[in-house]
Ligand binder design. Structure first.
Ligand code: NAP
Length: 416
């Protein structure tokens, strides 16, 4: 029998440090894999136990990211099977890879936070004893690296989240709980993409082409490039998104619907079809020059749509420049004309989330007010599925969507 002390209603905060037995969580189960609107269901589950390096955070707000669209669909990874392989018998997935909240409990090895601290969490999860990391290797390249709240269970779509201590950073005081949950996953990913791959780090006056400029990643990339003194150019699918991107710092925007050469490019031996594709790619390149005001190609291309756009990204990238990619939202078969890659000595670089230092760098820029969290629509806890469905259908509004969990209303920067 569950007593009132064992379970609190969503939005009703227990005394700081008092952990109830159970919690409300938005749960995905394999028999519901499919459209996010149905896959996520609110259930009551046990509050998880902690390992020595883990922290239990009372979640005030949780950010919505594309990874839990994939989790809901059950593809390309069955995340519940991933948890099972790690010895987790729960049979469910609680997603959510961005949070703001309050520290309620911690394992014996955690020294960087104390009970009651107001924190945000980044989603880089790894084994601190991983030999790769002990040898000084980049944490996100380590064999043990995972995305917390996607490849791990007990993310932020619940009253309590289980997270490693090193993932926690101070919540910027200037932000509300919902703003603080909006930016970290996409922001730190963009930070690594734009500044983590020397010598191709964004420099003053570089032209930077940013796909999906009004989306989560794109909104952060525009601001980070602008903050470094570069010239961001955003690609979007509607002129209604131009104002959002230019307000964030884009010099101009290109409407991808004005072109039709997307998708896997034709074979080079099919002269007619290839010529048509090349004409489309060239006119897209000219649209970039028109915005820059001179015939200058992007030194950095910020990629994530993948199959639909990679051929064009590699084509328009400047000689000696870099296409940096962190996803293949439209598909994984990225075909490119290799002549442009080797003759013009371009780099095609994969990138995945961020290490502790990159997440801290991003958080510092946000705390200092140099970068806005780009918060989009805010949803209530029972709308986790709805928010992910909108994202799945690319019908969400600009910026990063957020779910209010423990925060009883919008606009609070401190405890209610
Ligand atoms: P998002 O907020 O949905 O933004 C993606 C944008 O891509 C959309 O706003 C859309 O803008 C654009 N887009 C959609 N279809 C397109 C197409 N066919 N061609 C060109 N652009 C298209 O999502 P996000 O948070 O930015 O994430 C984007 C992808 O990156 C997802 O697959 C996500 O899983 C991945 N991701 C990976 C990492 C990592 O660490 N590896 C981190 C964050 C995100 P328009 O319709 O206006 O063009």
């Amino acid at each position: 029998m569950v007593t009132t002390q064992d379970l609190y209603q969503v939005g009703q905060m227990p005394p700081v440090g008092q952990v109830p037995k159970q919690m409300h969580a938005s749960v995905i189960r394999p028999d519901r894999f499919g459209d996010p609107i149905k896959a996520f269901q609110t259930e009551v589950v046990d509050v998880p136990e902690l390992k020595a390096d883990e922290v239990l955070v009372y979640v005030m707000a949780a950010g919505v990211n594309y990874n839990n669209v994939w989790a809901a669909l059950g593809t390309p990874l069955d995340v519940v099977k991933v948890h099972e392989k790690e010895g987790d018998p729960s049979g469910f997935h609680i997603g959510g890879s961005d949070l703001s909240g309050v520290v309620f409990a911690k394992g014996s090895e955690v020294t960087n936070v104390k009970i009651g601290d107001h924190v945000v969490g980044h989603c880089g999860y790894w084994d601190s004893d991983d030999p790769w990391i002990k040898d000084g290797g980049d944490q996100m390249v380590a064999p043990s690296a995972k995305i917390w709240g996607y490849e791990t269970n007990y993310g932020s779509f619940a009253q309590f989240a289980k997270i490693q201590g090193h993932q926690l950073l101070p919540k910027p005081e200037r932000l509300t709980w919902e703003e603080a949950a909006a930016y970290m996953l996409v922001g730190a990913t963009a930070e690594r993409m734009l500044f983590g791959w020397a010598p191709h780090t964004v420099r003053e006056n570089d032209v930077v082409l940013i796909w999906g400029g009004s989306g989560g990643l794109g909104s952060m990339a525009i601001q980070l490039a602008k903050d470094a003194g570069a010239i961001p150019i955003a690609v979007v699918s509607s002129e209604s998104k131009y104002e959002w991107c230019t307000t964030l710092g884009a010099k101009g925007c290109i409407n991808r619907k004005d072109f039709d050469h997307w998708g896997v490019m034709p074979h080079w031996t099919d002269t007619e079809a290839y010529g048509k594709w090349a004409a489309g790619a060239r006119s897209f390149g000219k649209a970039i020059w028109d915005i820059v005001g001179e015939r200058r190609n992007p030194r950095i291309v910020f990629e994530h749509p993948g199959e639909d756009t990679v051929p064009t990204s590699i084509f328009v990238c400047d000689n000696g420049g870099m296409v940096v990619i962190c996803a293949g939202t439209t598909g994984y078969n990225a075909v490119a004309d290799l002549r442009y890659l080797w003759m013009r000595q371009k780099r095609f670089q994969g990138s995945h989330f961020a290490n502790d230092a990159q997440a801290t760098s991003l958080n510092d820029k946000i705390a200092a007010g140099r970068i806005d969290p780009s918060m989009g629509d805010v949803f209530s806890f029972d709308e986790v599925g709805k928010a992910h469905q909108l994202m799945h259908e690319n019908k969400h509004s600009e910026g990063n969507m957020v779910i209010l969990v423990g925060a009883p209303k919008r606009g609070l920067k401190d405890l209610p």
